[in-house]
Design a protein around this ligand. Structure first.
Ligand SMILES: [Zn+2]
Length: 206
């Protein structure tokens, strides 16, 4: 079931976004393919969120098989619907209702970058680490099993470099979920982890 897959992804981590679209997009390059919250038809947050100032960037995979036949808009709408209700994760763990999508940005298989939770508010997670200051970026797919697409890697690099510039985030503050929640998750997967140093180098080069 699609939703159970979404749930499994959420079990790995969450994050969120509520900043006005114009502000969110301010620091993003014009050639980055962005799907705004308005464009995907986001519902408003359903609960209070915790304000924070972004200081680090944390990269995730959804942990579920990529689904290139379904639009990114449709997938993030489903993710939001799941996020905003109490439910059960793929492993049977209960999940509380979250205010919004747990991640701040979702990168579909086609490289489209969908806005998630307002980046000025903390995300959500089912693992244990302090979410304060984390910009949560999730890439669609299970990178323990498959490879990210070239379009995803290009968008991930463009997004991370732009966010680092906008929020004055240093290269060494870019890491994977497993680096934050040590021993709790393999996220973002063995086939995406080698790209993390590439991201740090790209930030460093700016
Ligand atoms: Zn994760």
């Amino acid at each position: 079931m699609r939703l159970s897959l979404v749930l499994a992804a959420l079990a790995l981590t969450s994050c969120a976004s509520t900043r006005p679209a114009s502000a969110t997009l301010q620091g993003l390059p014009a050639d980055l393919p962005v799907l705004t919250r308005a464009e995907w038809g986001a519902a408003a947050p359903v609960a209070e969120m915790v304000p924070h100032t972004p200081t680090v960037i944390t990269v995730h995979h959804t942990g579920t098989p990529a689904d290139p036949g379904r639009s990114t808009a449709d997938k993030i709408r489903a993710l939001q619907a799941f996020s905003q209700r109490a439910d059960t994760l793929g492993d049977g763990t209960p999940k509380v209702a979250w205010a919004d999508v747990p991640y701040h940005y979702y990168i579909g298989t086609d490289g489209l970058v969908a806005e998630g939770r307002d980046v000025r508010f903390e995300g959500d997670t089912n693992t244990r680490y302090d979410l304060t200051g984390h910009i949560q970026v999730v890439v669609e797919g299970n990178f323990e099993e498959t490879e990210p697409t070239p379009e995803q890697l290009a968008s991930l690099e463009g997004l991370v470099v732009a966010l680092a510039g906008e929020w004055d985030i240093p290269a060494d503050a870019v890491a994977g979920h497993g680096d934050r929640a040590v021993g709790q998750t393999v996220c973002p997967g063995e086939n995406l982890k080698p790209f993390l140093p590439v991201l740090r180098d790209a930030v460093e080069a700016e």
